[in-house]
Design a protein. Sequence first.
Length: 407
Amino acid sequence: MADFSLDLNEDQLTIQKWVHDFSVDVIRPVAAKYDELEETPWDVIQEAANVGLYSLDFVSNAFADPTGLTFALMSEELAWGDAGIGLAIMGTTLGVSGIIGSGTPEQIGEWLPECFGTPEKIHMAAFAVSEADAGSDVSSLRTRAVYDAATDEWVINGAKTWITNGGIEKVPTVHVVVASVEPELKSRGHASFVVPPGTKGLSMGQKFSKMGIRASHTAEVIFDDVRVPGRCLLGGKEKLDARIARAREGKSSKVQAAMSTFEASRPLVGAQALGIARAAYEYALDYAKDRKAFGRAIIENQSIAFKLADMKISIDAARLLVWRACWMGHNGKQFTSGEGSMSKLVAGEVAVKVTDEAIQILGGAGYVKDHPVEQWHRDSKIYTIFEGTSEIQRLVVARAISGIHIS
């Protein structure tokens, strides 16, 4: 049996440095600009595609890492550069996760290349689940998909909200939408569909102006009699019919369309939060060493030094939870205690706390745009909200450890 080790291997260290250097050279120089403009950083995405960072090959290789850590390492480094730009580059992987989580091997082979395109013609993808009245309560989705047997098509109607990359038309965008096919079965009556780029009836609603991660496109997506071929039902109709039949008989289903994707993605979202927290910690540490007050560097005061110590401790502890969840998920280990939710919960709350403390260490300087910590604090808050709020993560853990359906 191999000795236990938390050392990263040579390939992981190489990729980590490569993505970090991309963040230093390409992302950070324009981070403040895109935060101010609140626009998709197409030039950065193009450069990421040119060097192979935004590509199916790279993402496939990252997901293939047997430790499950490579994608988390990459996510942390991109968010260290800028969380909004990092999401603009890797938001497509949300749609990819939806396809991998529910699709057949043939569907995965067909649609994953369409999510990225090529450096010469970039594509994107979006994963559309949340609705105005169905955020944390996924069982209340109102978007409907009805099968038209005469044409072997599914007809989708409804509206989604808070969708990363939602409704983008500048480049071909694959939408993966979770809709209700049997409303009376609630979440057990959901299914996932691929909506190919350019499909009639799909449009962008409101594009949201956000507090943070402003370089990431977030919008409503409207589905108005959207017709997709039967082959766009992820997993296929035979599998769906069997699952619906089991649900009608009162039998539990192992997979729910939205939740399977969330469970896989939550540790990676936690890794993004770590990137923000680490950026703020490093900046505050350097500032505290340079800033003089009362004749000495402010880090020589316990009140400042202890803040920095707590920041470092909490970041490292959260990273261990993220790495554990990534390893468990990749190696087929069951999250018996809600380990995926634990990692996202702790990392998200650490990011908010650490960025807040970074502002406090900088004082007035931390409150103005001359320093990036105020932006990092704004960016951090979403990590206690999207991909499941902190309250939902605690509910998942509580249900897992108690075996009781706590409400």
